[in-house]
Design a protein around this ligand. Structure first.
Ligand code: EPU
Length: 429
């Protein structure tokens, strides 16, 4: 298993290109199941989760072609992938595949919409919490599906097709909103989604579905309206930039100090986190090129944050911000409201010298003068990268184990950070 070695204490200076968003690419790829025509996605990040989903989709009959980089292209040039689900050959998504990546459960919606049937393994819990799919099933049932749970599988059928309906989510769910939009796009009649997730990735999926011929309006607001259409066609769509990757490197720059341009980052998708960084003492400037984050000399101020659905502070940046707060001059409170068990990084940050106390869904962080390198590991991808951030400011060497978590969500992490002066390398074993 690979490890990442980091020697802390260097400033970050330079440009970090921001990749396409993992959490947009995954549902967009899944949407390819809705049409027999080709869906071409540009700016698809080269990540373990993307490659795993390509294999899962292949099982259902989706052919894909990755357009190669041309000679002389930078390694950061974006990837284009063409997906063609001309014939769906299998409507079952087995446990072995779905258990490795929760988002693959979302195939249930397009398979059901197009084939009238889908049998998808329940994804089960994961390191950050129980993460049920009850609301996704509720949405499919509202649209007229018959859903049975048999031997760990969700078996959904709609022999006479799906019908538009009103779906009100009692809790904001990104996956639920993706599922409802994909299932309703080709249902008979109109659908209204109430209390929809407003995440930029939802907006991106709706934009792509509309290019495919869907009639979806209101994405990005709490109420989404969908007029069902008979069929969807192929399209070409560019995956939006990864706001969580951008936020992660923004926090890294604030932690290490220096001056970093996050090229291609969209500040609007990241406002809450950027405000928290400014409150902590970083300087943030937004331009056409992206977002520039600077911190020179001055210490970090403690800032309290509470995670919330978009446009609130993202749960996917909670661990990284906690790493930053370990070096603040004072105490901060970090409240996690989305997932019940997303504090697995706390013990590992403590190995680097952080002082953090957990009280239910609140982490009380007492800033310390110095962190010290140590061997660490993490159980999910955002937790892993929070350890990388802490290591950038720790004295001495940190070895981050279980790097496969990082590979699920951060494209060329070591190259991007070392390009800005960090001492970071991958050790293969
Ligand atoms: N929930 C239910 N029932 C459901 C669905 C969700 O109770 O049927 C609960 C969840 O347990 C959670 C809350 O609703 O407490 C929100 O979950 P949501 O459905 O929004 O999460 P998701 O769609 O499974 C996506 C991202 C996550 C990100 C969350 C929240 C992808 C592939 N995953 O998950 O990303 O944390 O939204 O923004 O888009 C990550 O990238 O590291 C990651 C975990």
């Amino acid at each position: 298993m690979d490890r990442i070695r980091i020697v802390g204490g260097r400033e970050l200076n330079g440009v970090i290109p921001i990749s396409g968003a993992k959490n947009a690419a995954l549902p967009l790829m899944i949407a390819s199941l809705l049409t027999p025509e080709t869906l071409t996605l540009e700016n698809v990040p080269d990540l373990a989760d993307v490659n795993r989903l390509l294999r899962i989709l292949g099982n259902h009959g989706v052919d894909h072609m990755v357009e190669g980089r041309r000679f002389g292209d930078s390694p950061d040039a974006s990837r284009t992938i063409r997906l063609s689900a001309r014939d769906i050959v299998d409507t079952t998504a087995p446990y072995e595949l779905v258990s490795k990546m929760r988002a693959s459960f979302w195939v249930v919606a397009p398979l059901l919409a197009r084939m009238g049937e889908a049998k998808v393994s329940l994804p089960g819990g994961c390191a950050i919490g129980t993460r049920p799919v009850d609301l996704l099933i509720m949405a499919l049932e509202k649209l007229g599906a018959k859903v049975e749970i048999e031997a760990g599988y969700v078996h959904a059928t709609a022999s006479r097709g799906l019908r538009g309906a009103e779906i009100e989510f009692p809790k904001v769910t990104v996956g639920g909103t993706h599922t409802a939009m994909m299932a309703a796009a080709t249902a008979q009649g109109a659908t209204r989604i109430l209390n929809a997730a407003r995440e930029p990735e939802v907006v991106d999926l709706a934009a792509c579905l509309n290019k495919m011929g869907a009639k979806i309006s209101g994405a990005g607001r709490s109420e989404i309206e969908i007029e069902g259409v008979g069929r969807l066609n192929g399209a070409r769509h560019r995956v939006l930039p990864d706001r969580i990757e951008a936020g992660t490197y923004a926090i890294a720059a604030a932690m290490a100090g220096g001056d970093v341009l996050l090229a291609g980052a969209e500040a609007g998708a990241l406002q809450n986190a950027l405000d928290a960084l400014v409150a902590a003492g970083a300087q943030v400037a937004v331009s056409n090129e992206g977002v520039r984050v600077k911190r020179n000399g001055a210490g970090l101020s403690p800032v309290d944050v509470e995670t919330a659905p978009f446009p609130g502070f993202p749960t996917d940046l909670q661990a990284q911000f906690m790493a930053l707060m370990t070096r603040a001059k004072g105490d901060s409170r970090i409240t996690e409201t989305i997932f019940e068990n997303r504090f697995m990084h706390v013990q590992e940050l403590a190995r680097l010298g952080a002082r953090i106390r957990l009280e239910g869904d609140v982490a009380l962080v007492e800033g310390v003068e110095r962190l010290e390198g140590a061997p660490v590991m993490a159980t999910d991808l955002r937790a892993s990268v929070s350890l990388v951030i802490a290591a950038l400011a720790a004295e001495g060497e940190t070895m981050v184990n279980r790097v496969y978590h990082l590979d699920r969500g951060f494209e060329r992490l070591e190259a991007k950070l070392s390009g800005c002066g960090a001492v970071i390398e991958r050790l293969s074993s």
